[in-house]
Design a binder for this molecule. Sequence first.
Ligand code: SP5
Ligand code: ZN
Length: 356
Amino acid sequence: MMKTLQEKRVLVYYSPVHSLHNPPHEHDRGFQVPYHEVPRRIEAAREALEDLAFTRLAPSQETVPDSILLAVHEAALINHLQQASRSAAAWEASHPEQGETYLTPWIYPLKPYMRQGLLDSSDPSGCFAFDIDVPIGKHSWDAIWASANLAFSAASAVLCGETDLAYALCRPPGHHAGPDYTGGYCYLNNAAIAAQTLLPLGKGAILDIDYHHGNGTQDIFWQRDDVLYVSIHADPTEEYPLFSGFVGERGEEQAAGWNLNLPLPMGSGDAAYQLALDVALQAIREKSANWLVLSAGYDTCADDPTSSFTLTDAMYTSIGERLQDLQIPVVVVHEGGYAVEANGRLAARLVTGLAK
Ligand code: SP5
Ligand code: ZN
């Protein structure tokens, strides 16, 4: 029986803890610029989703079990993130005149021989990051963990049949974080945690519509033939992360075809995006996915200050509708989006399309 918009309950998972993670700046060609990944992004999304008649805000009551966390990430990364937050707190306590402290990796072990010494040192942070935009403050671990728990809670609600559409208001985002590394504002891979949680339902798919390639998610599922990873993103020869997201990356030998990259030229708009979405949907159908995790970034929109794509607002409703056609349960995980208020109106459009 078809559900109407009013009957359908969309569960929205939110935690206020994210706002405690608020790094002051990132770097652009060596210059310090304001950090784009700001708390207001997720508050704008929460407000807009709460305003929809068919949504219900759900607190995250659950914590990711080790069996899921350690299937996605190495224990060393978890330990490092916790330790780095403690180090930031200790530094801040002993240097009160410096104000809020966010530790940033500064030595990166480019060669294998550099790694062990750095790992054993007092500041191994460069062993766990591939870029400089993942600073860690005293509350960062709490926010990172709360974010991962939202993804887990949303996926758990779908797993137990409580809903067939859940939205995790994750911040910090996750798709650049790999098995043992952070990068691009991402520390733990929330979408991968959601996908791993859904596996009791059988094979499924992650569709990544963030403007950037989700190199971390690709890496985590690279050898796996139970989770299809499909990503539509800006051409990595010109755009971050520059080292992955190419069409030739199709998964390891035994999992060939379980990774699909659909890079689009810089400056792409609705028409090109629509065609890529068709290809993505066909792949998801071909694999007979039982569930979908949607890595939802809004940095594809025309007014995003960091991206070149020009998607219109209507496109996000359309993406939701097209995914709704799959008739499988969906867990949406919030990723990027740096036109701050657009996170609200575009999340609302996406969910409205998905809930039809
Ligand atoms: C989750 C997410 O959307 N993360 C994106 C992180 C992208 N960071 C890219 C930083 C690019 C800095 N700009 C360099 C311009 C050189 N031309
Ligand atoms: Zn992005």
